[in-house]
Design a protein around this ligand. Structure first.
Ligand code: FES
Length: 399
C-alpha cells in the first residue's frame, strides 16, 4: 500500500502554532478512521492509501456523526467520497464539494510531519474579510489587528460566537477611516499598483532607517520578490525604531500636530506586523498590502527616533522568562486607565507570538529590548499645554 505523502512543512514551533497532533500515520492507516476532540470541536479523520482527510464530525445536514458514514471511490478511483448514513448526503473529502445535499462540509487541512498526522483546526478569518481589513491602511492598521483577534476569539469561544463577533468586526471595518487618503500616505496606493513581486534587491532593516514613507515604499518594492525576507527587514526596522523612540517628544508642547507622537506609534507597528504576518501567511495574495502598510509605519516613525540613545542596558537575556513575567504583571498592573493596560496586553501577546514563531530572527533581541524599555519608562497620557497651543495656532491660522 502506498503511504500518503509527507508534508513539506517541518515540525517547528511556528507550524505547531495552528496544528494539533492527532496520531502516528501508521496507527491511523491501521484503524482507517479516528475521532478526536479538541477546543470544543469533534473531528473525524479518515486515513487510507489515497490520503488522510479530516472533517467536522457533524454532518452539515442534521448533525449526525460522519464517523459512521461510508467511504467510497470517486471517478478517479480515490477512496474519498464520504456518504452520511442518515440521509445520504455525499461529500468529496479530497475536493471539498458536496456532491449530494446542500451545505458544505467543514474540512480541516492535514499535515504529515515526521510520520505524525497533524490537523489545522484554526478558524481562519474568511479571505474576503482579511482582504477588506487590508484594503486601505484603515485606522492605522487596527482593522488588521481586529480581524486577526476576532478569528482567535471565535476559535476560543466556539462556533456560536461567530455571528455576533463577525458582525461587530464587519461594522468596524465599514466605519474605519482610510489613512491611505491622508497626504502622508498618498504614496501607498501607487506603490501597491506598482507591486509586481519581482523585486530582486534583498533589503536589511538598516536599508529602511531614516527614510520617509515614499522612500520606504519604494525600497520595499525593490525587494518584493521574497515577502518573508521583506517582512523580516521591515519588522527589524520597526523594532529598531521602537527601541530608539525619542520619548522626549512626548514632553514637547511647541510642535505641530504632525509631531504628536507617543509610544503607541511604535507599539502599533509591532502589533500590526504580528497580525498582518498571520493573515498574509494564510492568504499569501495579501502580502503586498500587508508589507506596504508595514512600510508606512516605518516611514511614518522615522522622524521620531534618537540614534544616539544608549540602549545596551535594555537587553533581555531570558526571552521566555521576561515575557512570562511581563504578561503576569499585566494581571496586577495598577494602571488607572484600561486603555494603557490593554495596550500592554496587546503588545505582549504580539511579541510573544512573534518570538515564538521566529526565536532566531535577527530582530528578536531588538524587539525584546524595546519592550523592556517601553515597560520601564513613563507614558505621558495628558497633553494639556500642547493641545492648548495647537488649538491657538489652528484658530490663528484660520484668521
Ligand atoms: S444528517 Fe447527514 S445526511 Fe442528513
Amino acid at each position: 500500500m502506498a503511504l500518503p505523502q509527507e508534508s513539506a512543512k517541518k515540525n517547528t514551533q511556528e507550524n505547531q502554532g495552528s496544528l494539533v497532533q492527532v496520531a502516528p500515520l501508521e496507527a491511523l492507516l491501521e484503524k482507517g478512521r479516528f475521532l478526536f476532540k479538541s477546543g470544543g470541536k469533534q473531528v473525524a479523520v479518515f486515513a487510507n492509501d489515497d490520503g488522510v482527510f479530516a472533517c467536522n464530525n457533524r454532518c452539515p445536514h442534521e448533525g449526525y456523526p460522519l464517523m459512521e458514514g461510508n467511504l467510497s471511490r470517486d471517478g478517479a478511483g480515490r477512496n474519498c467520497i464520504l456518504t452520511c448514513n442518515w440521509h445520504n448526503w455525499k461529500f468529496d473529502l479530497a475536493g471539498g464539494e458536496t456532491l449530494v445535499g446542500g451545505d458544505k462540509l467543514r474540512r480541516y487541512p492535514v499535515e504529515i510531519i515526521d510520520g505524525q498526522v497533524w490537523v489545522d483546526l484554526s478558524d481562519p478569518a474568511p479571505a474576503e474579510i482579511a482582504a477588506a481589513a487590508l484594503a486601505h491602511y484603515q485606522d492605522f492598521g487596527h482593522a488588521v489587528i481586529y480581524t486577526q483577534k476576532t478569528g482567535e476569539l471565535i476559535e476560543r469561544l466556539g462556533p456560536e460566537s461567530t455571528e455576533p463577533l463577525l458582525l461587530s468586526l464587519v461594522r468596524s471595518l465599514v466605519y474605519a477611516t482610510r489613512e491611505d487618503l491622508i497626504p502622508e500616505f498618498r504614496a501607498y496606493a501607487p506603490a501597491l499598483a506598482a507591486w509586481d513581486g519581482q523585486g530582486a534587491e534583498p533589503a536589511t532593516a538598516e536599508d529602511f532607517l531614516g527614510l520617509p514613507v515614499a522612500k520606504v515604499l519604494n525600497r520595499a518594492l525593490r525587494s518584493s520578490g521574497d515577502p518573508r525576507a521583506l517582512y523580516d527587514a521591515l519588522m527589524g526596522a520597526a523594532c529598531w525604531q521602537f527601541l530608539h523612540f525619542d520619548s522626549d517628544l512626548m514632553q514637547a508642547s511647541d510642535k505641530p500636530v504632525s509631531h504628536n507622537v507617543t509610544w503607541l506609534a511604535f507599539t502599533h507597528a509591532i502589533t500590526f506586523g504580528n497580525a498582518m504576518r498571520q493573515l498574509c501567511g494564510r492568504y499569501p495574495q495579501l502580502w503586498p498590502q500587508g508589507l506596504l502598510q508595514l512600510a508606512c509605519f516605518v516611514g511614518r516613525n522615522a522622524g521620531f527616533v534618537d540614534r544616539s540613545l544608549d540602549v545596551a542596558s535594555w537587553q533581555v537575556d531570558d526571552a521566555r522568562g521576561f515575557l512570562d513575567r511581563a504578561l503576569k504583571g499585566t494581571l496586577d498592573h495598577g494602571e488607572p486607565e484600561y486603555i494603557v493596560s490593554i495596550h500592554h496586553v496587546k503588545l505582549l501577546c504580539a511579541v510573544k507570538s512573534e518570538i515564538t514563531a521566529a526565536p532566531d530572527a535577527p530582530w528578536a533581541p531588538v524587539m525584546l529590548a524595546a519592550v523592556n524599555r517601553f515597560l520601564n519608562n513613563p507614558f505621558k497620557r495628558k497633553h494639556s499645554l500642547r493641545t492648548a497651543r495647537q488649538a491657538l495656532g489652528f484658530v490663528a491660522a484660520e484668521g
